[in-house]
Design a protein around this ligand. Structure first.
Ligand SMILES: [Cu+2]
Ligand SMILES: [Zn+2]
Length: 167
């Protein structure tokens, strides 16, 4: 009985270790806003899932990108640099002919300013050695306006209202 319990515990520990890496971060308010929320990243096998929950946005559509630096120190979020673009491609819509590795797209905030976005991809990893995939050390930005998927190199998404340091 004792042996079985130990085997079961060992099995559970193995499953827990092999299942997922999960990291949860805070959304920091930028550009004089009250933006808040959390960004949760989980890697299971080759797939990374992002669950982004944002509060206190203006109702409507807002662009979300991964930017190149995990530094939210500037009041306007510009310390995160431009869009994360390891493949040196053009800005665009995720999955289209041309897009940046950080071009997540848009989310929609409801009348109360809340928005939830779930995004899954096997093009990212959490802390692997492939710098064309690793999102650790990057910054996630929620913008004041929508991404038009067209304007270079930013999508004309306006100011930076929310910022996450993906550490
Ligand atoms: Cu952006
Ligand atoms: Zn882009």
């Amino acid at each position: 009985m004792k042996g079985q319990t130990l085997a079961l515990l060992a099995g559970c520990a193995f499953l827990a270790a092999s299942c997922c890496t999960t990291k949860t971060y805070t959304v920091n308010a930028k550009s004089g806003t009250q933006t808040g929320g959390t960004a949760k990243f989980t890697q299971k096998g080759e797939e990374v899932t992002m669950k982004l929950e944002v509060t206190n946005l203006t109702p409507g559509i807002h662009a979300v990108h991964i930017h190149e630096k995990g530094d939210c120190s500037a009041a306007d979020g510009t310390s995160t640099g431009g869009h994360w673009n390891p493949a040196k491609d053009d800005h665009g819509k995720w999955g289209a002919e041309h897009f940046h590795m950080g071009d997540i797209g848009n989310l929609t905030a409801d009348a109360s300013g809340k928005a939830v976005l779930t995004f899954k991809t096997n093009k990212w990893c959490l802390g692997c050695t492939d710098e064309s995939k690793n999102i650790i050390g990057k910054g996630l930005i929620v913008h004041a306006s929508a991404d038009d998927f067209h304007t270079q190199p930013t999508g004309n998404a306006g100011g930076r209202v929310g910022c996450v340091e993906i550490k």
